[in-house]
Write a protein that binds this ligand. Structure first.
Ligand code: ADP
Ligand code: ZN
Length: 517
C-alpha cells in the first residue's frame, strides 16, 4: 500500500484516517468519511483501484471539478476518465465497461441514466468501489441539496457487493444519518476527522451599509492583502460583488470578479488568473466555490451573513490550506437577518423551508456570539473543544467590556412576554421606544406600562441586547414558515419571576459593537 502511495502520489505516509478508510474498502465495507476540506479525502477512493486493478466509480456534482481531477490523475500515470452525457468519444464508454479505467468519474444524472447492461459488464470486469463525493448534497438538511443525488440509492441494488463510499467535508449528525439511509449503506465504517482548523483566525464585525463603510472595508482588506496575500471576498448579492470589485480596482488592487451571471468563459478566466496569482483579490458570490484548490489563500471575508454554518465553514475553510496562519472575517448587518424569504423562495416542501430557516438562525447566532467562535463552530459539527477559549478568535483575543444589563434585560423580556410571543423582535422594540405606529395602537400596546421606557437606546441597541439574551438562553427565537417570533424561554421566565420592578438580579453581558457605536 505504501509503495503504491509513493509510486503514484509521491507521499511517504498516509494521513490520519486515510489508511483506515482504505482498509475498510478493501474489506468491502461501506464507508462514510467526514473530513475537513484539504484533509485528503480523494486518496481514499484513488488508492484501492490501483491496488486491486479494478475500477472505482466516482460521483461528483461538478463537471469542471471532475475534469481537473482526471487531468491530474492522468499526469500521475493513472487511467482516469470522465464519462458524461456530452462525451463524444464513444470509445471511452466501451473501454469503461471493460474495466479499463482505474477511476471513472460521472455526474449523478449520468450514473442513474446509464443502462443496466453497462453496469453488469463493468461488474463482471471488476469494480472495487462506488464513491459519492460531496455526499452532503444527498440531504435536504445539508446546505447544498441536489435532487439527482437522491436517486443514487437505485444503484445500490445493482452493485450488490460493491462498497459504497460517501465523502463530505461538512455534515452534522443529522446529515450523516441522512446520507447513510439515502444510500442504503450497510453498517458503514464512519470516519470523522477533526474540524478544527488551528491556523485560521475567526472574527465577526457588525457594520451599517454606507458608501463610507465600503471605503473603509476596502482600505482594510487591501492593506492586509498587500501584506499577506490572496484574498477572497464573498458577497451575498451580485450588486455587492460589483460595488466592492469596483472600489478595490479604484484603490489599485488587482482584483477579479466571479458570479453566476457571468459567462462560463469569463468565470473560468477569472478563476484561472486567481489560482495563478495574477490577481490578489477575488470578489465573488458563493458560486465561486467547490474545487478551488489554492493552498495559499490568506484571508476569506464574508460581506454579509452567510446562509448557514455549513456553508460558512466551507467557504471560510478555503483559506490557509497550507497551514500558515490566515484570517476569516465575517461582516454582517441586522438586515441580513431578515432575508428568510430570499433564501426560502421557490422551496416546495415544508421540510426544505424548515431546514433553511434553522440554518439561517444558526448563522445569525454565530454573528451575535460573545463567546469563543471556534468552540461554537466545532460543537455545531458535534466536536468537543475542551478549553473555554481558543485564543485565536476575536472573542478570545479581545475581551469585550461588560456591564450589568439587568434593568434593560428585565424591561425587554417583560415587554416580549406581554406581546405573548406572537411577534418578531420589531414589535417589542418599537413598544419600548414608544412608537405610536398603527399596528401598536391596534394591539393596544401603547397602554403597556413599558411603552416608551426604552427611548434612550436605538432600535439596533435593543436588538443587539435581544440577540445576546437569545444566545444566553433567556429568549428563544422560533419560526413559522418564514416568519420569526421571539418569546421568553423558561430560563427567562424564571429570571422575570425572581425580579421586582425596582430590583433585578445582576445580569452581566458584554457590550457589543452595536451597543458601543
Ligand atoms: P479533500 O478532498 O479532503 O478536500 P484532497 O484529496 O483534495 O482533499 O487533498 C488535499 C491535498 O492534500 C492535496 O493536495 C493532496 O495531494 C494532499 N494529500 C493527500 N493525502 C496526502 C498524504 N498522505 N500526504 C501528503 N499530502 C497528501
Ligand atoms: Zn476562541
Amino acid at each position: 500500500m505504501l509503495s503504491t502511495l509513493k509510486q503514484y502520489f509521491g507521499y511517504a505516509n498516509f494521513r490520519a484516517y486515510q489508511k483506515e478508510v482504505i482498509d475498510q474498502i478493501l474489506d468491502k465495507r461501506d464507508c462514510l468519511a467526514v473530513m475537513a476540506t484539504g484533509s485528503g479525502k480523494s486518496l481514499c477512493y484513488q488508492v484501492p483501484p490501483l491496488l486491486l486493478e479494478k475500477t472505482a466509480v466516482v460521483i461528483s456534482p461538478l463537471i469542471s471539478l471532475m475534469q481537473d481531477q482526471v487531468m491530474s490523475l492522468k499526469q500521475r500515470g493513472i487511467r482516469a476518465e470522465f464519462l458524461g452525457s456530452a462525451q463524444t468519444d464513444g470509445s471511452v464508454h466501451t473501454k469503461a465497461q471493460t474495466g479499463h479505467f482505474h477511476l471513472l468519474f460521472m455526474t449523478p444524472e449520468k450514473a442513474c441514466s446509464t443502462p443496466l447492461s453497462f453496469w453488469l459488464k463493468l461488474l463482471e470486469a471488476g469494480i472495487c468501489l462506488f464513491a459519492v463525493d460531496e455526499a452532503h448534497c444527498i440531504s435536504e438538511w445539508g446546505h447544498d441539496f441536489r435532487v439527482e443525488y437522491k436517486q443514487l440509492y437505485k444503484l445500490r441494488d445493482v452493485l450488490l457487493e460493491v462498497p459504497f463510499v460517501a465523502l463530505t467535508a461538512t455534515a452534522t449528525e443529522k446529515v450523516r444519518i441522512d446520507i447513510i439511509n439515502s444510500l442504503k449503506m450497510n453498517n458503514p465504517y464512519v470516519a470523522v476527522g477533526s474540524f478544527d482548523r488551528k491556523n485560521l483566525f475567526y472574527g465577526v464585525k457588525h457594520f451599517n451599509r454606507s458608501l463610507q463603510f465600503v471605503d473603509e472595508l476596502v482600505q482594510e482588506i487591501s492593506k492586509y492583502a498587500r501584506k499577506a496575500g490572496s484574498t477572497i471576498i464573498y458577497c451575498t448579492t451580485i450588486k455587492d460583488v460589483e460595488q466592492i470589485h469596483k472600489s478595490l480596482k479604484e484603490a489599485g488592487i488587482k482584483t477579479g470578479i466571479y458570479h453566476g451571471q457571468m459567462s462560463s468563459k469569463a468565470r473560468e478566466e477569472s478563476h484561472r488568473s486567481f489560482v495563478r496569482d495574477e490577481l490578489l483579490v477575488m470578489v465573488a458570490t458563493i458560486a465561486f466555490g467547490m474545487g478551488i484548490d489554492k493552498p495559499n489563500i490568506r484571508q476569506v471575508i464574508h460581506y454579509g451573513c452567510p446562509k448557514s454554518i455549513e456553508s460558512y465553514y466551507q467557504e471560510s475553510g478555503r483559506c490557509g490550506r497550507d497551514g500558515i496562519p490566515s484570517v476569516c472575517w465575517l461582516y454582517y448587518t441586522r438586515a441580513d437577518f431578515a432575508k428568510a424569504d430570499f433564501y426560502c423562495g421557490g422551496l416546495r416542501t415544508e421540510n426544505q423551508r424548515r431546514a433553511v430557516m434553522e440554518s439561517l438562525m444558526a448563522a445569525q447566532h454565530y454573528c451575535s456570539l460573545t463567546t469563543c467562535r471556534r468552540k461554537f463552530l466545532l460543537s455545531y459539527f458535534g466536536e468537543k473543544f475542551s478549553a473555554e477559549k481558543c485564543g485565536n478568535c476575536d472573542n478570545c483575543m479581545v475581551s469585550k467590556r461588560e456591564r450589568d444589563m439587568s434593568k434593560e434585560s428585565f424591561l425587554l423580556m417583560s415587554c416580549i412576554q406581554s406581546c405573548e410571543g406572537n411577534w418578531g423582535l420589531n414589535m417589542p422594540v418599537d413598544v419600548l421606544r414608544g412608537s405610536r405606529a398603527k399596528k401598536i395602537l391596534n394591539a393596544h400596546f401603547d397602554k403597556l406600562p413599558f411603552h416608551g421606557l426604552g427611548k434612550d437606546y436605538s432600535s439596533n441597541w435593543w436588538k443587539s441586547l435581544a440577540y445576546q439574551l437569545i444566545s444566553h438562553g433567556y429568549l428563544m427565537e422560533t419560526f413559522r414558515d418564514t416568519y420569526k417570533f421571539v418569546r421568553v424561554s423558561p430560563k427567562g421566565k424564571q429570571y422575570i419571576q425572581s425580579a421586582r420592578p425596582d430590583h433585578q438580579p445582576a445580569l452581566i453581558l458584554p457590550l457589543t459593537d452595536e451597543m458601543v457605536e
